[in-house]
Structure formats: C-alpha cells, structure tokens
Design a protein around this ligand. Structure first.
Ligand SMILES: N[C@@H](CCC[C@H](N)C(=O)O)C(=O)O
Length: 295
C-alpha cells in the first residue's frame, strides 16, 4: 500500500526545482506529519504517472525528525533525501542547494548562509546574490582500493570516492563509451559497494576542466549529480598528481554535466566546495483524489 499520510488524504503541497537539471519534487512538511513511504515517493517522482523527478526533498524541521534531532542545535531544517525509486540516500549535492533555495523562496531564510542537516551531517550553504549557490560538502574519502566499472561487457578501472555517499569514477575516452545507461545500467562490485553506488564516466575537456555522465543509485542516468561532480573533481586531481594537502593551495575544477556546469574547489585541509545554480520552477498541490486512489 502506498502511504502518503498516515491518517488522512489531505491535499499535498509540493514544489518542483532543479540544480543543473538534476530535478526534485520538494515536499514541505515542517512537523514531519506525512508518512512518505518508498512507494509514495516513487509515485511522486514518476515522470509519466506522477510529478517527476530524480529524487524528492522532504523538508522537515530537524527537531521533528528522529534522524536529525541531534543536529537541531546546528541546523533548523533537515533534508530527508529520497531517490526516485524511493530509497534513502545520505546526501545529495544538487539537492541541498535546491533545498536552500526553497528555504529562501518560502521565507524561512534570507540570502546568505544557511545550515542544512542531512544524513551526511550538517552542510553549510551560501545563497549568493548572483543566483548561484555554494555548499561546503565536507571532505572526500578515497579508499586506496581500485574498483572496476563494467557496462555492457566493457570494463574500466575506477576510483572509489565517498562524498558521504558512494561513487565510482571511471575515466573514459568518450562519454559515448558508457552507451545507453538507462537501457544498460553500469555495474561496480557489490563487495566494495554493498549498498549500491553512483557511477561517473569522465572525459577531459581542458586544463582542470572535465565532463561527466552519471548513473545514480536509485535513479538511473541523471543530467547532473553534485556529490558525483565533487567525487570526479577529487579523483581527477589525484589522477593529475594534484593534492592540495601537499601543495597548500586550493585547486578548482570545472565539471560539465549534461544539464550545465558545476565548479568544485578542494582546499588544503580537504574541504570541498561546490558552486552551481539552484532554481524553483513550479509549485502546486497534488490532486487529493489521486492521493486517495493510491492510498
Ligand atoms: N543527485 C544527487 C545524489 C543523490 C543521491 C544518490 N543517488 C545516492 O543514492 O547516493 C547529488 O546531486 O549529489
């Protein structure tokens, strides 16, 4: 049974937003009154039968959510992130920028700094006056073990990078090498990634400039992935023999995604910042009879 609310089928307010065309259904629920189970999330994210999105941003006050209560002192709002298939993820880089844009849109915060609680810890987001949004993503973890990524019988060595969520970054000759990722999903070993993995395919575009495609865990191919772009920038820096911890100088990569461009800076202490757009495109109400039919 799909469960959108536990007690009633009241109209469900939503917004739609995107960051470099990584698009999200936004569901404001300050008091955590809704019971959004996996099936309900998948219905809302369905591009034909629902609203459509790569994921869903459930906007809840940290104090009202059992997974975020301990972050409430630092961040008033919790991004309860769900993938399009209804699965839960630790972090979403584009999502947290769009989440901050929503908080501004709704009048909960003004332009400037906002702290957002996530399953990957509190993220500090800066809403710039020029419309771009920068998020301090934290540090990347790069386990030494290499992994292999396979698509349709072809394999590439890949770098294992964790940005709070898992990534495998493979350097390829052409972005077309990955083929039709929606038809033929890529594979990376479950022994390394027991909870699944986001897989990025990367080509060089110029000095400190790359382009990527991504197959997201729980969402198939998307037009952008913020945590993925950070993983790609850090993996590319190491491939290029650049480590800010050794040089003492920040390094910035431009990462082109299918839906735009993200700018990623890694600092000498390992912190990674990401800058890109975040846009609210629509808001509305889900038809109560549609909700009722699904309940
Ligand atoms: N699109 C997101 C990542 C969303 C979560 C991911 N699919 C996962 O399961 O880890 C981003 O912008 O980072």
């Amino acid at each position: 049974m799909d469960r959108v609310t536990s007690t009633e089928n009241a109209p469900l307010a939503f917004l739609k937003g995107h960051g470099t065309e990584n698009d999200f259904v936004i569901v404001p629920d300050p008091d955590n009154a809704l019971e959004l189970d996996a099936a309900a999330v998948a219905r809302l994210c369905d591009r034909r039968a629902g609203i459509g999105g790569d994921g869903l941003l459930h906007v809840v006050r940290s104090a009202a959510h059992p997974e975020a209560k301990d972050q409430a002192g630092e961040a008033e709002w919790f991004m309860d992130y769900r993938n399009a298939d209804g699965s839960v993820a630790e972090m979403c880089g584009n999502g947290v920028r769009v989440f901050a844009r929503y908080l501004e849109h709704a009048g909960h915060v003004t332009a400037g700094e906002v702290a957002v609680a996530t399953r990957g810890g509190v993220k500090h987001v800066h809403l710039d006056k020029d419309g771009s949004v920068t998020v301090a993503m934290g540090r990347a973890a790069l386990p030494e073990e290499g992994v292999t990524v396979t698509v349709d019988g072809r394999s590439w060595p890949a770098r294992n990078v964790n940005m709070g969520n898992p990534h495998a970054v493979a350097f390829v000759d052409s972005l077309d090498d990955a083929g039709d990722l929606r038809e033929e999903p890529p594979y990376a070993p479950a022994s390394v990634y027991p909870d699944g993995v986001n897989i990025e395919f990367v080509v060089d575009r110029g000095p400190r400039h790359v382009a990527m495609r991504v197959h997201e865990r729980g969402a198939s191919e998307t037009r952008s992935c913020g945590t993925g772009a950070c993983a790609v920038a850090v993996a590319t820096a190491r491939r290029d023999g650049v480590d800010p911890a050794e040089t003492g100088t920040p390094v910035t990569y431009t990462v082109d995604v299918l839906g735009g461009t993200l700018t990623i800076t890694e600092h000498p202490d390992g912190r990674v910042d990401m800058t890109g757009p975040a846009v609210i495109v629509a808001e509305g109400v889900v038809d109560p009879s549609w909700l009722a039919a699904r309940a």
